[in-house]
Design a protein. Structure first.
Length: 80
């Protein structure tokens, strides 16, 4: 949920006011619609690889995103 705050802020800032309702509706529909898909995938991973695999995959994904954001911010601050 904490990731949603900056994401929604960017969407609301960038989107035209006339189209904001439609964009928010689509965003909500997609995010809610992906919950069963993620649950389905997680169920298969847990069934075949165990709970540790989910934790390792999630940790690797979070670490990757953190490194990309840090590198991107470093280069943006360096340029400015």
């Amino acid at each position: 949920p904490n990731v949603n705050i900056p994401t929604m802020t960017v969407i609301q800032t960038v989107t035209d006011k006339e189209k904001l309702g439609k964009v928010m509706a689509i965003t909500d529909m997609v995010s809610q619609g992906l919950i069963p898909v993620a649950t389905f995938i997680a169920g298969f991973v847990i069934a075949y690889l165990g709970c540790s695999a989910i934790l390792l995959i999630s940790s690797a994904g979070l670490l990757t995103v953190a490194v990309v954001v840090l590198i991107k911010n470093h280069y943006i601050n360096f340029i400015n």
